[in-house]
Write a protein that binds this ligand. Sequence first.
Ligand code: ASP
Length: 590
Amino acid sequence: MYRTNTCGELRLSDAGKKVTLAGWVQRIRKMGSLNFVDLRDRYGITQLVADDSADPKVLEVLNSLGREFVIQAKGIVCERQSKNPKMPTGDIEIKLEEIVVLNSAATPPFTIEEQSDGGEDLRAKYRYLDLRRGPLQRALKLRHQMAIETRKYLDSKDFMEIETPFLIKSTPEGARDFVVPSRMNPGEFYALPQSPQTFKQLLMVAGFDRYCQIVRCFRDEDLRADRQPEFTQIDCEMSFVEREDVLQMFEGLVKHLFKNVKGIEFNEPFERITYDEAMNYFGSDKPDLRFGMQMHEITSVVQGHGFSVFDSAEYVGAIAVPGCAGYSRKQTDELTEWVKRPQVGAKGLVFIKLGDEVKSSIDKFYTPEQIQEIAKACDAQKGDLILILCGPKHKTQVALGTLRLEMGARLGLRKGDVFKPLWVTDFPLLEWDDETQRFYAMHHPFTSPKPEDLDKFFSNDKEALAQVKANAYDIVLNGNEIGGGSIRIHDRKVQERMFEILGFTHEQAEYRFGFLMNAFKFGAPPHGGLAFGFDRLCALFGGQETIRDYIAFPKNNMGRDVMAEAPSVIDDAQMDELFLKSTYKKEETK
Ligand code: ASP
């Protein structure tokens, strides 16, 4: 037997027992005549001790130990002289009787402790060593619990977990596909799924009624901050449902996870706002509701008083920042520079300080009464700092929303331990792209328009099409989209019209989605569903911003696995087999 106990479980009540532990040497210390070893495994750390009068064989092995050696230690559980209340095992130590080196270890390139001294790149290269550290062990444990609780809940609601294929037909729409050459079918390629969307819809046609899967998805995107080329979704679909059924079911899942993983109960239904409201009040389709500071449109209040910057703007909006009327000139200058950064993209910033004295950067253009009118339109209180941006509507709303988040963060209002989930509904169905001069599906091409907008949907008027709302919804937590879905199109005519709007010819639609369209001929039930971003959900539950810690072996932001060094070139024979060589060589000699 390698061990009788783990390194995390022995307590004072075990004193006197003879035990065998196994694990990694975290630290070796000598204090006077005493030799200490901190022995670590997944469950915790236990202190081993031997004084200079111990068996010389034990002392000899102790002298040979290095960090991260794998050892087996036998001894008696004893009460510690100086206890460590910070450690669950801090009341005891093991008085060594025997110690065996199971494997030696090269000196690790960084310290394997709560806080490591290793930089990010180094830790990524030795990911398996980084994974030995407490924070990462806890992150993956949380992820495991989340997966278990998700399955428990969904199983209790009659969902069936069904696996869908990874080698599928390439149907680029949305992100770029990763493709896989087929050796047996020269010149042809599979794609890795961006999501199991079409398959889960086919499962509804097949009558499975409630499907779920914790599933890997693949998207070949330029990696924006904190995205991974492969990531995991909790993917779900239901038949014979309306939007309300889907929202209730998955609000239930999120509440179940909060209760069972974090011990937090939500007794009230989650808030719901429409996409238009989200943009108008928060300048974002994923608003952070942990704090107020809502946006106010003040276009009509400020226009017509001779201030040409406002008069010529499509939109003027403001936030009232509580308690910041005392901002100095230096501080407002700094904020002005901040909003002008390309990431925010505002042209300038107008402010009103509602201190004992009211001061603003537009005093020349507005009377004190008019300034009060503006303050009223912003619901501002004495002591507030009003910040105003103007310009094209959507762009300015987004910039003001970004400023709102920044001020929330500066005022410490975005607390890690406060959770504010909400639903955002009624997204636009289509987005016009000026560059390619066509509409794109805002969610995906299988999302149904809202029934009341079907006339617009079938019209040929670009303006009308841009106004069509989708029966789509996102679930948002603390300013992050954690999931999204929709009621699907199950009517062949509507689906054909959708492909037409997206600019596919009949043949193109047939080539890409023929299998789905064909299936819809055979009795597709009304259906809908959604998918959660599982990695992000875990990170938020863990109180972290980054998903990388919640994935055992993530890629870096160039999409590389720096540990195994993938992607990598493959040898000529492999290339030949896949009929790739000739093209590759041609590229090379260009
Ligand atoms: N497949 C969608 C996605 O990956 C989610 C859904 O509509 O169910 O975003």
